[in-house]
Write a protein that binds this ligand. Structure first.
Ligand SMILES: Cc1cc2nc3c(=O)[nH]c(=O)nc-3n(C[C@H](O)[C@H](O)[C@H](O)COP(=O)(O)O)c2cc1C
Length: 245
């Protein structure tokens, strides 16, 4: 639970990573022979560029590597550039805060896309978000999706004092592209990075306790710099995939 009055400790609280394997009560313990990893991955692409996008390239690299490591891999792609998410409207918001049995047909219609996007989100156990920096933050296309899926009693709850994230996925990977350099922690442009801290906070708020970021910076620099930075980001992504090997 996240206490509204104590957001400072909330990131720390949720960053604790744990993995428990417990037999169901009354079950005999059977040896597990060569368990085959399974994954239901929801990939969300946010770059407006369909060709030459560095964030999509990192996402493609991750998915290709995962296909080798995870035999039972099921990927759903939500491309926010080719299929933009409608912005929420007045009736959408009223619908979000109206109990199901009191909703009018107009409210149901206005919240239908949110229902669909949340169903898609809740079917995933792992998320991949490919995110370019636009004007020091995330693209509007991604914000429109976020406004549809961050919904009380569906993806988070609030009991008057504390928030609880309700998203079922336990792991999120976020791959980013920045036109300039210097956005990493400790670097000169860190204060202008409203992309990574925002995505970190949001995903934690939704209840995802393990969040990894990889980025290619300086995508507008010379070819050699871009190639070097891309290689470094892909090596980091390869390390993530090793977890499933
Ligand atoms: C609308 C727009 C705004 C941008 N704003 C920034 C910015 O604030 N800071 C930055 O470093 N790069 C900025 N860029 C550059 C992109 O972050 C860079 O081109 C990145 O590679 C885009 O991701 P993509 O290659 O996946 O399309 C901007 C690009 C666009 C199109």
């Amino acid at each position: 639970m996240i206490h509204a009055s104590n957001f400072a400790s909330f990131a720390q609280e949720l960053s604790i990573k744990a993995c428990f394997f417990a037999p169901a009560a009354g079950c005999n313990l059977l040896p597990i022979v060569n368990p085959r990893p399974t994954m239901k991955l929801l990939r969300i692409d946010a770059s407006a560029r369909l060709d030459g996008s560095h964030s999509r390239d990192l996402g493609d690299h991750f998915c290709a590597a995962l296909r080798d490591a995870v035999p039972n891999l099921d990927i759903t792609v939500r491309d926010l550039a080719t299929k933009p998410t409608e912005l929420i409207q007045d009736t959408t918001i009223v619908g979000f805060y109206t109990p199901g049995d009191e909703m009018t047909s107009a409210m149901r219609q206005a919240t239908a896309l949110s229902d669909q996007l949340i169903d898609e989100l809740q079917a995933a156990d792992t998320l991949l978000l490919t995110v370019p920096m636009y004007n020091f933050s995330i693209p509007a296309a991604l914000k429109a999706w976020i406004d549809q899926v961050v919904r009380i009693n569906h993806t988070f709850s609030y009991n008057g004092t504390a928030f609880t994230g309700l998203v079922k996925a336990r792991q999120a990977y976020v791959v980013c592209a920045y036109g300039a350099a210097g956005y990493a922690p400790g670097e000169g442009f860190e204060a202008a990075n409203f992309l990574q801290p925002y995505m970190q906070f949001l995903l934690q708020f939704l209840g995802i306790d393990s969040i990894d970021f990889a980025a290619v910076q300086a995508t507008t620099a010379d070819e050699q710099t871009v190639a070097t930075n891309t290689t470094t980001a892909k090596a980091q992504i390869d390390q993530w995939v090793m977890r499933y090997a």
